[in-house]
Design a protein around this ligand. Structure first.
Ligand code: SF4
Length: 1023
């Protein structure tokens, strides 16, 4: 096994104080590119490594260069999760190079079948992007925290004391006056409940008068940032077994409304993507190939390939900023739209397409799957399904059922119990029975006023003229018509796809639905060159083992989640009490998000406001809300987080002292992506089924007394065992026969999940062969097996090694298509009309949300138009964020290779605006918002809509090695490279009516990033 041989061995727990301070320099030396200034090793080849493969000149055969170990894992430098090939020095254990795993669909268009022996991939390495290459510096960051730290002094004082793992576990479990030794007067007398004390309350209700809030154990909150796939499942298993529902990741600051809007149109699906390589025309809304998208490098490559084919792809980026992916010229174009008005542009296009009858009327007339199939289609919609529009009807806004229509008992339920006007007879008929339905209908059925779903969309689109839409979105009428005409000129090989730029607005959900509806008009789902929901991944939770099962804890976790997601306000005791008292129940104290999930941005303010309840233990797992959530870095909010009376125990699981983890009580050293485990599915873009495997390439953190490397999982295991939770220890994981296997270390769990992956049912060409002796040697797996022998049955190792050697399990590329159709087909009814949305109320106003899309101007939670809240005359600019190819996330500031290419971000300003304000490129400017001001360099460009300013995410840190702190009394100096640039999130707009809440999309649940108004002030040269 590759341990920390010779690299970090000096960071021994016994010498943690000196080790923590001292390892920085040593680590710097092992990071490539920091050796600049020294004499190169070779006069010609410089410091280049020897190659990983050696070729016999006589036979042409390859063999591995014995200097190296090669392993395949999955990246996390962005959320594209590309497969990696990691080249590791056998002598030192250091990672020398990262390239692409050719078995992984993200890295090659024709990726290598999993049946191919590893040695045969020597000539076909996969690709990674610049961020992927630079990832070594994320793991081998000189600021890594490798041992547990406890604050000295108040929260946020920047003083840390290394403590042993045993002390960490004992204190956070047993609680008491655990901060008496910090020297902090504010917390020395606080009695902390700890995991044990809170777990002891697992039978108690949070509030007996509000039983829907669940058990007291909901006072444990796991706020995850960079956590996905089976790593998230591991955390969920712990939190749910503990008796809490509060375990979530970061989705609402990333893209939540995108998921919720997608579920509106494609029920149950969070993401669709174009079949890029075969499409003729793609509209990219609020995203661009080449920057953030899923998967970023793959989407970029596919676009480049498709665009360069004769008669190939043409695409248009609709975004306020011209970035890498929206290059203009041959077969690419850019529409600089006003931020947050994508819904207006999409509805204008919809209006024109319907008026001009350029939609696929035949396709839309099929009311069920069978009829569509008979007509040669591979998807069908609810265009002809009837909706009750009589506002006084008890089932108003719902879809008409067979019974209500007087048609007797329905043949099915849900989507199958719907009614259409049969196009053949002109009479009502069950949607499941009719072969074609009338798509544009308004009338009465059985005395009930109804309209077809398509009709409702048409009427919504007709609420504004093209001229009005053009004025809203800042795109001329003629350009709108051009876009609509071109979109409807390629049959089913045109796609409208969107991401973050469309949805991170108060009206984001409706914007997103409008953009996606365009696809329904051309009927492109499941078609080659159309849209796809992809092949998904394999089930790693079940198979030979049931890795999630803890029967003793069944039902322990229930109740309203802290961010009030997935639950209706009208089902709360608060609502009922107000109604019983004769009060208007609206608004709720803070918004509820019945259609959302992972409403990350509301976790901390809700905890601090104790609404709907307070929090006893908060775990930040690689979460940085103070840096990443709009407005949460403001001084008042930070002061509230620092006050230990508000949340008595905060534990950060992090790889550094980060911008938020610097305010924790303890930092639990976590593993970087090159040291961690995770199973993560591939994205729809690659069209086939696949699950990548991330597993430790190296092991860098300190170790427990029994040799386990510190990380989130080992922490949760040890906490669970100390307080006596079921599902951990000797009776850990049940196998298919009901026999239990121990869960005493993370490999006990992840290896069993990998055994499930290896044993999953084959879909053809995807069975991973057992690893050969040669492959085991290449990946240096023999010592691994020795260490973890008891985690699997002996007969399971060959197949599990096969998966580890290939970095996952993937269906072959050849399975993507069947003739002109895609292999994987989503067959549920596609929705013009979402009944669930239409019957859900806004918890602030009490009004129902709209069941179809329409143009909705952005407002605060209480409905105040943003244009009134912040007068554009006083605040002439709108801030937008960018996720570029070099820095997309908060966590890449340690990647000096990337920082050398782009040392700081600055604020992008349109040349016309800059000229008007007398600002030159490189000038210092102050960006002033209603929440504060920040200084930055002006980056004057042509490629941005005037009136918009933009900053690239990931710069302007105050933690993550950007500022000084001390460990064990020894100063660790911050690095100006990490401080460079600007982060405007902390001065983004708060909602004036809800304490410390960013502007929010109340339907889709997203935090709003693109609606803060600002002005620019030219500043004197920076000191
Ligand atoms: S797109 Fe780049 S950074 Fe993102 S996972 Fe792939 S290689 Fe890594």
């Amino acid at each position: 096994m590759i341990e920390r041989r010779g690299i970090l061995a000096f960071v021994a727990v016994a010498g943690i104080g000196a080790g923590v301070v001292g390892f920085g320099k040593r680590l710097k030396e092992i990071v490539p590119l920091t050796s600049r200034g020294r004499q190169a090793l070779h006069p010609i080849y410089g410091n280049a490594n020897t190659p990983e493969w050696l070729r016999d000149p006589k036979t042409g055969a390859f063999k591995l260069n014995p200097q190296w170990t090669l392993r395949h894992t999955v990246d996390l430098q962005c959320h594209s999760e590309c497969g990696l090939r990691v080249k590791i020095d056998r002598a030192t254990g250091r990672v020398q190079r990262i390239i692409g795993n050719p078995y992984h669909p993200n890295t090659l268009s024709d990726y290598v079948p999993v049946t191919t022996p590893l040695i045969e991939t020597a000539r076909t390495p996969g690709s990674v992007c610049a961020r992927g290459n630079a990832g070594i510096q994320s793991a081998f960051d000189p600021y890594r925290v490798l041992v547990p730290l406890k604050r000295k002094g108040p929260r946020g004082s920047g003083q840390w004391q290394p403590i042993s793992w045993e002390k960490l576990i004992a204190e956070v479990c047993d609680g008491g006056k655990i901060f008496a030794d910090t020297g902090d007067p504010a917390s020395k007398d606080i009695e902390v409940l700890g995991f044990r004390g809170l777990y002891a309350k697992r039978g108690e209700m949070m509030d007996p008068k509000a039983p829907e809030l669940g058990h007291r154990t909901n006072g444990l909150v796991f706020q995850g940032g960079r956590i996905v796939g089976s790593r998230m499942s591991f955390a969920q298993r712990f939190v749910h077994t503990f008796g809490s529902v509060n375990v979530f990741d970061h989705v609402n600051i990333c893209e939540l409304s995108h998921h919720v809007a997608t579920r509106h149109v494609y029920p149950g699906v969070n993401m669709t993507q174009p079949d890029v390589r075969q499409a003729k025309f793609i509209l990219y809304w609020g995203t661009q190939p080449g920057d953030a998208n899923f998967p970023m490098q793959t989407q970029s490559r596919f676009v480049a390939m498709a665009r360069s084919k004769p008669d190939g792809l043409r695409y248009v980026v609709i975004d306020p900023v011209l970035s890498r992916g929206s290059v203009v010229g041959d077969r690419a174009d850019w529409v600089p739209i006003e931020p947050g008005t994508d819904g207006a542009l999409a509805l204008a296009m919809i209006r024109w397409i319907i008026e001009q009858k350029r939609y696929d009327a035949r396709y839309l007339s099929f009311p069920n799957e069978k009829a569509a199939e008979a007509g040669g289609e591979v998807s069908h919609t609810d265009a002809s399904h009837l909706v009750i529009v009589d506002a006084k009807h008890p089932q108003a806004r719902m879809l008409l059922t067979a019974e209500l229509a007087g048609l007797g008992k329905a043949t099915g339920k849900g989507d199958a119990d719907r009614v259409v006007i049969d196009a053949a007879t002109g009479k009502p008929a069950q949607a499941e029975v009719a072969t074609t339905g009338v798509i544009d209908y308004a009338g009465t059925v059985n005395g009930i006023a109804v309209k077809s779903a398509f009709r409702l969309l048409r009427e919504a689109a007709e609420e504004h003229s093209l001229a009005e839409y053009a004025a809203i979105c800042g795109v001329s009428e003629s350009r709108i018509v051009e876009l609509a005409r071109e979109f409807t000129s390629h049959g089913k090989r045109a796609v409208s796809t969107m991401y973050r730029g469309v949805v991170k607005h108060p009206n984001g959900y409706y914007n997103g639905v409008a953009v996606l509806m365009l696809n329904l008009l051309v009927g492109n789902l499941n078609e080659t060159g159309g849209l796809t929901s992809g092949g998904g991944g394999y089930d790693v939770k079940k198979g030979p083992y049931d890795v999630m099962s803890v029967p003793e804890a069944a039902g322990a976790a229930f109740g309203v989640p802290l961010p009030r997601e997935g639950v209706r306000y009208e089902d709360s005791s608060e609502y009922r009490a107000k109604v019983a008292a004769g009060q208007n129940p609206y608004p709720a104290k803070r918004p509820w998000f019945p259609l959302g999930f992972a409403v990350f941005s509301e976790a901390l303010p809700s905890a601090l406001a104790r609404y709907p309840y307070g929090v006893d233990i908060l775990i930040w797992h690689k979460a940085t809300p103070l840096y990443s959530v709009p407005s949460q870095g403001n001084p008042d909010f930070v002061a509230a987080v620092k006050d230990p009376k508000n949340i008595p125990l905060i534990i950060a699981s992090d790889i550094v002292v980060g911008d938020t983890s610097m305010y924790a009580d303890y930092i639990l050293p976590d593993v970087s992506y090159l040291e961690s485990w995770c199973h993560i599915d591939t994205y729809p873009t690659t069209l086939t089924k696949g699950t990548g495997l991330r597993w430790p390439m190296v092991r860098l953190t300190g170790t427990t007394a029994d040799g386990r490397h510190f990380c989130m999982e080992e922490f949760l295991i040890d906490v669970a065992k100390r307080i006596g939770m079921p599902g951990y220890g000797e009776k850990g994981i049940p196998d298919a026969s009901g026999k239990y296997w121990p869960l005493n270390r993370r490999e006990d769990w992840y290896l069993k999940a990998t055994a499930n992956l290896a044993a999953a049912k084959s879909v053809g060409g995807d069975v991973v062969p057992a690893a050969s002796a040669e492959e085991i040697a290449i990946a240096d797996l023999a010592p691994f097996q020795k260490t973890f022998a008891s985690s699997l049955k002996p007969e399971e190792w060959p197949a599990v090694f096969g998966v580890m050697v290939r970095g996952g399990r993937f269906q072959p590329a050849s399975a993507a298509r069947e003739g002109s159709k895609l292999h994987y087909r989503f067959t549920k009814t596609l929705h013009f009309y979402a009944e669930e949305t239409a019957t859900t109320r806004d918890s602030m106003s009490g009004a129902f949300f709209h069941g179809t899309t329409r143009w909705v101007p952005p407002t605060t939670a209480r409905g105040k138009p943003l244009a009134v809240l912040d007068d554009p005359k006083q605040w002439p600019f709108t801030i937008v964020t960018l996720k570029g190819a070099l820095q997309t996330h908060s966590r890449l500031s340690s990647n000096y290779a990337l920082r050398e290419i782009m040392p700081e971000n600055g604020v992008r300003i349109a040349a016309a605006d800059a000229a008007r304000l007398g600002i030159a490129n490189g000038d210092w400017v102050a960006v002033v918002t209603p929440e504060g001001r920040r200084r930055a360099r002006a980056v004057v460009v042509e490629g941005i809509r005037p009136g918009v300013i933009a900053f690239n995410a990931g710069y302007g840190h105050w933690g993550y090695g950007a500022s000084n702190y001390a460990v064990g009394g020894q100063k660790i100096a911050g690095d100006a490279v990490r401080r460079a640039g600007i982060n405007l999130n902390p001065v983004m707009r708060r909602d004036p009516d809800v304490w410390q809440m960013s502007l929010m999309d109340l339907v889709g649940g997203s935090a709003v990033f693109f609606n803060t108004r600002a002005r620019l002030e030219k500043e004197a040269a920076h000191a």
